[in-house]
Ligand binder design. Sequence first.
Ligand SMILES: C[S@@+](CC[C@H](N)C(=O)[O-])C[C@H]1O[C@@H](n2cnc3c(N)ncnc32)[C@H](O)[C@@H]1O
Length: 245
Amino acid sequence: MHINPKLIKHQFEKSLDTYNKNAVVQKIMAVKLIDELSKIKQDFGSILELGSGSGLLTEELVKKIHFKNYCANDLVEKSKMYVNKIIAGASFYCGNAGRIKPAEKMDLIISNAMFQWFENLEKISLHYKNILNKDGILAFSTFSPENFKEIRDLTGLSLNYKSLNEIQNIFEKNFEILYIEEFKHKLSFSNPLELLAHMKNTGVNSLTAQHWTFKEVKDFCDRYKAKYPDITLTYCPIIVICRKI
Ligand SMILES: C[S@@+](CC[C@H](N)C(=O)[O-])C[C@H]1O[C@@H](n2cnc3c(N)ncnc32)[C@H](O)[C@@H]1O
């Protein structure tokens, strides 16, 4: 499906204040990404964080990673405020991460739960290779095709997620893969409305711009209960850490 950055920006702008409390899986991803990265390298000169949002990854990063300069980026301007609460001197670029052109090359480009919005990962892989210093590291997390399979089954709506093998094939043209992992995490809710609220509070209801009518919501809830009586939602994250070649 086509990705609309304006819609993504709008949904995340609305969810920033509720995000950290609800983003249970994104937090697990951030912790894993930083844990694995810190086993490979802990000291960097310049770091660029893409899609910094409410600073969930930034918060984990400062616990284990040392750096001289930090630049964050997001489509949403308010993200700057969240990042600056964690790293006072961080600079901020508001705009599309796919078009970012920093004045100086970076030693680490890092991003949590954002790469799934990129439509052309081949282009992205080359772009980030070009803005990394020699031996620079790209560390990111995204999601595989089984992510939110319940929503896809019931509505037909899904991002065009890439599999672990597809991601590996794309990135190994420009990078040496140092770490790659896929895992599954199911969340349970007491009812489908709570599940819909969870998606709204984490900004991931930006698949469609359409507002559902009362009848459509009821129909979705009835079908969810019938097909997934435990009211579970499957997350399928992928963690990738690679070095520029
Ligand atoms: C799921 S949140 C993740 C936030 C944070 N990285 C974390 O660890 O929780 C995705 C963030 O990426 C931002 N985003 C999505 N597409 C983007 C793009 N093309 N360029 C910059 N930011 C983007 C959204 O505005 C949102 O703040």
